[in-house]
Design a protein around this ligand. Structure first.
Ligand SMILES: [Zn+2]
Length: 334
């Protein structure tokens, strides 16, 4: 099986369409929100992170360092850096102090919610970040784009569709970073299967699964663009496919593995990097397995989770062969 697409998968997410105006409280779901959370709660939680301090000038001359992500390099590397509790932040010129603080507060709250859902401390998540801080590079643009993996996320300064959508985007990217941290992946390496990588991120922000009819239509169309006509094997995917990925992740959590299984799985997610943490610098290449070895380890963990869960998903090979029908039947009975 060819694995090229696993290394090349996209970590971007785009969102279209606005809800009501910014004045109305917008509902926010997903990990760590406790069921009835909205933008007013978000504003309250953001106030806990009201300060940014200039990075110590004795460290890297107080400047933002290269996280080897190559995403921030033209905009933030070498620029003055600022610290919040769990982030080192920098900005493209033209981003104001207020904008920088606002974006950082969203990241801090998102990280806290993910830690809460996983029932771990933030310190336990940040095992492979230089100075024990994740990087944020803020671009001087509006829009609905961000990216993130390794130990860094790059994001716009203002989201076109309001704080609820902006928070959704940032929490999605933070989920990628959490996954990277658990895999000793400090730098810009992304070799998780695309369906899992994007599925878990969309699942964490509470994206709803498709209807049975939509699933059949979108999954069939996507299979025609996938290697071996199988979504799990990867291939060309676009932002429209995130609903398919979210549906797969939600199925595994709710039905295939049993409720809560995805949070357990992400915590056991140590399948493709070496075991030694790398917190002493910012230029490590830590990939010790080939993509084939990484994929084999992913499958092994998937099999273990399947055996433990005793649900209708019994192994990776079984799921790979039957995912379309299993998910269709589940959606029909929902
Ligand atoms: Zn993503």
């Amino acid at each position: 099986m060819k694995l090229k697409s696993i290394a090349a998968l996209s970590v971007l997410v785009a969102l279209a369409g606005c809800g009501a105006t910014e004045d109305d409280a917008q509902s926010i779901s997903g990990w760590g929100t406790g069921g009835s959370y909205d933008t007013d709660d978000l504003k309250r939680d953001m106030k806990q992170y009201a300060t940014l301090v200039a990075k110590n000038p004795q460290v890297d001359n107080g400047l933002y360092t290269d996280k080897r992500g190559h995403m921030s390099t033209p905009y933030c590397v070498g620029q003055p850096a600022f610290d919040s509790e769990w982030f080192e932040v920098s900005r493209e010129s033209g981003v104001s102090d207020d904008e920088m603080l606002y974006v950082t507060q969203l990241y801090e709250v998102a990280l806290g919610q993910i830690a809460q859902a996983l029932n771990v401390t933030k310190a336990e998540i940040l095992t492979n970040a230089y100075r024990n801080k994740l990087g944020i590079c803020i671009r001087n643009t509006k829009g609905s784009m961000a990216s993130g993996h390794g130990s860094e996320s790059v994001t716009v300064k203002k989201h076109n569709h309001g704080s609820d959508k902006f928070f959704h985007l940032i929490k999605h990217e933070i989920t990628h970073l959490v996954n990277s941290q658990y895999n000793n992946n400090q730098v810009n390496l992304s070799i998780l299967p695309g369906w899992y990588n994007e599925g878990i991120a969309e699942f964490a922000v509470g994206s709803r699964p498709l209807s049975a009819k939509e699933w059949n239509k979108q999954a069939t169309e996507m299979e025609s663009r996938s290697m071996n006509n199988n979504i799990l094997d990867g291939g060309d995917s676009s932002f429209d496919d995130y609903d398919v990925f979210a549906t797969i992740a939600t199925y595994l959590d709710e039905q295939g593995w049993g409720h809560g299984a995805m949070t357990e799985f992400i915590k056991k997610d140590h399948w493709h990097m070496d075991d030694a943490p790398h917190t002493d610098g910012h230029d490590h290449m830590v990939l010790s397995n080939t993509p084939e070895q990484a994929y084999a380890l992913f499958k092994e963990d998937f099999d273990n989770q399947s055996a433990e869960s005793q649900g209708e998903v019994t192994s990776y090979d079984q799921f790979r062969s039957n995912y379309k029908d299993l998910i269709y039947q589940w959606l029909k009975n929902r």
